[in-house]
Design a protein around this ligand. Structure first.
Ligand SMILES: NC(=O)c1ccc[n+]([C@@H]2O[C@H](COP(=O)([O-])OP(=O)(O)OC[C@H]3O[C@@H](n4cnc5c(N)ncnc54)[C@H](OP(=O)(O)O)[C@@H]3O)[C@@H](O)[C@H]2O)c1
Length: 278
């Protein structure tokens, strides 16, 4: 550990800790900041893998297998932590899913509701249940991981963008309600090299080169998130593609979305094909 950081040795509840950004964040918070991380995800094997990867520091990573979109799960977690006398300082809502890039009309109602529940309602429930408990800490913090899609909505991402835009608005409002009592951070990453494209199935593998080209390495993204947390940034757009989308949208509004969507339409990239099909 170098200079003093406000979350050194904190107890952190972190969702989506079994993979990608959440996994790397868990490992870095334990190794570099001495945090005790309570990792949340559904896949126990992958959560156990994170613990093993921490080796001698494995005791600083405990996990709780649950579906973050189930409010009862949050209530049970809070009861369990309270019973054990565990006080958490920070909550990071990172778990999320990226539905298949597709035309809105191709989604089923179940797919739409699933994305809204995991990407948005999970944070509503976790904050409803956990915020009073987190705010008992003198260094209370809640960090929500949204996406550049919350700031610039392209063809094929209607549901994902809406879920992340809802998360952004929700977070921005609550920040002002608890200002001075709890740090509220919102981070909007751009494309990052993780397994998030798994929902895209076979089509994604054909587009891997394109995605690799525009995506930020996961460790770099986690670096930026940790730096933003350290500096207690309110809102941060992370990654070159995210900044480009955000600025383009600010300057040119719907015209920018039109140009990007035309590029996607004409690119011939398999990942985007069904967006424009009837
Ligand atoms: N990668 C990108 O390009 C990118 C860009 C912008 C924003 N983001 C955001 O960054 C966050 C992390 O994404 P990632 O790229 O690291 O994705 P990832 O590698 O697919 O990891 C997603 C994590 O969320 C967990 N999760 C998903 N649904 C869950 C549920 N219902 N209950 C509990 N846990 C659940 C997964 O664990 P289990 O499967 O074990 O439950 C996994 O640990 C997401 O919110 C995503 O929207 C990612």
């Amino acid at each position: 550990m170098s200079a003093y950081c406000w979350f050194d040795y904190a107890t952190v509840i972190l969702t989506g800790a079994s993979s990608g950004i959440g996994k790397d964040l868990a490992i870095r918070l334990v190794k570099e900041h001495g945090c005790n991380v309570i990792g949340i995800a559904r896949n126990v094997e992958r959560l156990e893998g994170v613990k093993n990867e921490l080796g001698a520091l494995g005791h600083k990573f405990s996990y709780y297998s649950m579906d973050v979109s189930n409010k009862e799960g949050w209530e049970n977690l809070k009861s369990e932590l309270t019973e054990k006398g565990i006080k958490a300082d920070i909550l990071i809502n990172n778990a999320g899913v990226l539905p298949k890039f597709d035309s809105f009309l191709h989604y089923t109602t179940e797919e739409i509701e699933k994305a809204m529940k995991i990407n948005f309602y999970s944070a509503v429930y976790s904050m409803e249940v956990m915020m009073p408990y987190i705010m008992e800490s003198e260094r209370a913090g809640i960090i929500n991981i949204a996406s550049s899609a919350a700031l610039c909505s392209l063809a094929g991402t209607s549901v994902y963008s809406a879920s992340k835009a809802a998360l952004k608005s929700f977070t921005d409002s609550i920040r002002e309600e608890v200002r001075g009592k709890c740090y509220i951070g919102l981070f909007c990453p751009g494309f990052t090299k993780t397994s998030i494209l798994r929902e895209q199935g076979e089509v994604a593998s054909g587009a891997q080169k394109v995605m690799d080209f525009i995506s930020t390495d996961c460790d770099k993204m986690v670096d930026m998130i940790i730096k933003g947390m350290w500096q207690k940034k309110s809102n941060r757009v992370l990654g070159a593609d995210a900044k480009m989308m955000c600025e383009g949208n600010k300057i040119a509004g719907a015209k920018f979305n039109f140009i990007c969507s035309q590029v996607m339409r004409l690119s011939g990239v398999s990942l985007f094909k069904s967006i424009f099909e009837d």
